[in-house]
Unconditional design. Structure first.
Length: 319
């Protein structure tokens, strides 16, 4: 419990500093840890810093009802996201300051009004300089949010050990036609977290698309081992097994995908096609029809082919 409260204090100090002086902003703030594990000195030091901030807030609140309201609003809303009950891998997130910043802005407005009444020229110049600096910083920071590439690249520039950043940057690179870059980041994600099934699946997709079928099959097998409840892992594994000519295994994988998601139209279509490859097209017709019913754009020629196979099977049985 002591460590959770220490990280909560760390969050308070982090949010206060990044709201008032937003430097070093990142898309992901992982829990800071000491080199040998455990809680670093900076986190324990934030307990003292949070106590100082609390004392300043009480002092300001006693002198201004507006400041008291603003600071109280900020503390109340930020307390909900201080990770006292940890959720996810991030100790903080910039978006969590949006609502509390309303309270901080209210308190800051009271402070500015107080300063303007006493030192109008100096306070005006200070406020103008702060507005200019913050506006410039906001404009620069917006560049990191231009698209997925710039965002996740920025995250990794701040912290190269963020697994999800490697995963998502790999996906973005693959979408842009850079499989080598995508594989580099998928490899990094797997190295950082060998139990991250999504990275194994994503790497398998790239390997399969570029001719490394044995590597893809190994990665799909690991993905379904780590998280066997994800239908798309079974579907893509089935497609790779089909490319390898292992039709019985293909059929089993597609059947598992359908069991996990009975509305998975693409799995139905591919099971029908697998049955066709196995010489059992008439058996595959219900799956193809089911895929079409569920909204998958089955080509008319495919439907005609399967209907012909059914008619042929019925004719043979009639004779």
């Amino acid at each position: 419990m002591a460590s959770r409260l220490a990280y909560a204090c760390y969050g308070i100090v982090h949010y206060a500093l990044t709201t008032v002086a937003p430097r070093g902003l990142a898309g992901m703030y992982r829990y800071p840890t000491a080199p040998a594990g455990g809680i670093p000195t900076a986190v324990w030091g934030s307990v003292v810093a949070a106590a100082v901030l609390g004392a300043l807030a009480v002092w300001a609140g006693r002198r201004s009802r507006v400041a008291a309201y603003g600071l109280g609003f900020a503390v109340t809303t930020i307390a909900l996201v201080l990770q006292i009950l940890p959720v996810g891998d991030a100790v903080a997130a910039d978006r969590y300051t949006y609502l509390p910043s309303i309270g901080l802005a209210t308190a800051l407005a009271a402070a500015i009004a107080w300063a303007l009444a006493r030192w109008p020229r100096m306070a005006s110049a200070t406020v103008a300089a702060a507005v200019l600096a913050l506006a410039t910083g906001s404009w620069i920071r917006c560049g990191a949010w231009r698209d997925e590439m710039t965002f996740w690249t920025d995250v990794l520039a701040k912290d190269p050990s963020v697994t999800i950043a490697h995963q998502n940057l790999g996906v973005a690179l693959d979408d842009r036609g850079d499989p080598a870059g995508a594989l580099f980041h998928f490899d990094a994600a797997i190295r950082l977290n060998p139990r991250f099934a999504e990275a194994w699946w994503a790497r398998a997709n790239v390997r399969a698309a570029h001719g490394n079928l044995p590597g893809a099959l190994d990665d799909y097998a690991e993905a379904v081992r780590l998280d066997p409840a994800v239908p798309k892992y079974w579907l893509n594994r089935a497609l790779a097994l089909g490319d390898a000519g292992r039709w019985d295994d293909t059929l089993a994988a597609l059947t598992e995908a359908i069991r996990l998601d009975p509305q998975f139209a693409e799995a139905y279509l591919n099971r029908g096609l697998a049955l066709e490859q196995m010489g059992r097209a008439a058996e595959g017709l219900p799956d193809v029809l089911r895929a079409s019913y569920l909204g998958y754009p089955v080509e008319p020629a495919v439907l005609a082919r399967f209907n012909a196979a059914r008619d042929g099977a019925q004719g043979s049985s009639a004779r």
